[in-house]
Design a protein. Structure first.
Length: 363
């Protein structure tokens, strides 16, 4: 008999890793009833999934229209969803990531055990009071919390009042399997091309990266830097405008565009985070064969073993980052070994295997 799972995911954008997990549920003989936003640019990718039933909500695209859209959901959609849930008799609600819709939807539908995949046990931006409140409420009310890194187990148990058996570690899986690629950057094959990709946030350490790159460029002109991702770049704009051989792409990127950024043999991924839970970028870069330089913080130390499948540096240390960027650019003979170890690591992270860990805890 198939297990039935309700997926609570109403967001402005979808993420490849969420769809891969859903595909893993289906592979492991689950029937998926997913509540999603019809306004996501990626909605057709969800509609094309087989073995899934969608309920499409009129999700918000800006915070201004969020209250109105939420009121419409409660007035119109909640009853229809509850009726369908009564028919399906699902095992649980699976919450693949935090969104502002997560808590109100959970409260509006029939009471079920909740499995919450908590990507950020502590919300990064302290000023996001509402997000921090909602995340805490979701964590405390969830039956199970799924964490991506073992390093956060004790913190999650204490903060969200969970015992050992109700905190499950499931790392993020392979993220580069897309139908095609879109080329945004024509990299110079004769240069070492450093790449930062991901959402622009204060904790990502972009000021540290700029300083390290400037130091390296002063002695090596055969390098480039690309920074690509959505978010507020205003704090770094002047600094990066002054950097030579530097390209900034400050917008939301499709999965095909992201894959295209890593699809070259002389691209070095740099993740200079000052703090972190983990990094999904690693799971895109590594299977593409891009050696990675990242900081020793959070769960990144579980994703990268220094000098085996990548390189680690100290956070908030521009000189340490500069020295490692210099080392990697001067020791290209190591790239093949680093790549091969990365490929081996990624093979252990198939979504069929990872999703089964979650399926096994469903009632």
């Amino acid at each position: 008999m198939k297990k039935v799972v309700v997926v609570n995911f109403v967001a402005k954008h979808s993420y490849l890793f969420i769809r891969r997990m859903i595909e893993g549920f289906i592979y492991n003989d689950c029937y998926v009833f997913a509540i999603v936003s019809k306004n996501m640019p990626e909605i057709e990718e969800w509609r094309n999934l087989k073995g899934i039933e969608l309920y499409e909500v009129d999700g918000y695209q800006s915070i201004v229209d969020f209250p109105k859209k939420l009121f419409t959901f409660i007035r119109r959609d909640a009853k229809a969803i509850n009726n369908r849930i009564s028919e399906l008799k699902p095992s649980c609600i699976y919450l693949p990531i935090f969104t502002y819709w997560s808590l109100p939807i959970n409260k509006s539908i029939n009471k079920l055990p909740v499995i919450y995949a908590m990507h950020d046990p502590e919300v990064h931006e302290k000023k996001r009071v509402v997000a921090r409140y909602m995340n805490t409420k979701l964590g405390k009310s969830a039956t199970y919390i799924v964490i991506l890194s073992e390093v956060f187990r004790e913190f999650v148990k204490k903060k969200y009042h969970k015992d050992e058996l109700h905190v499950i570690t499931v790392p993020s899986g392979l993220e580069n399997e897309v139908a095609g690629i879109t080329t945004l950057i024509d990299y110079d094959d004769n240069k070492t091309n450093f790449l930062f990709q991901g959402r622009i946030d204060k904790y990502k350490g972009l000021e540290v990266l700029a300083e390290a790159y400037k130091m390296l460029y002063a002695e090596n002109k055969e390098i480039t830097l690309t920074v690509a991702g959505s978010g507020d770049f205003s704090l770094y704009l002047k600094t990066y405008e002054e950097l030579p051989n530097c390209t900034v792409i400050n917008r939301w990127l499709t999965n095909e565009e992201v894959s295209g950024l890593f699809n070259a043999r002389n691209v070095i991924t740099v993740l200079p985070y000052t703090s972190a839970t983990q990094s999904g970028v690693i799971n895109v870069a590594m299977p593409c064969g891009s050696p990675i330089i990242a900081t020793r913080c959070g769960g990144i130390v579980e994703q990268i073993t220094d000098n085996e499948n990548g390189y680690l540096v100290n956070p908030n240390d521009a000189n340490d980052l500069y020295l490692k960027m210099k080392y990697v650019s001067e020791h290209k003979e190591e790239w093949k070994r680093i790549r091969e170890n990365g490929y081996k690591h990624m093979k252990e992270l198939s979504w069929e295997i990872l999703s089964k860990k979650i399926v096994d805890i469903m009632n």
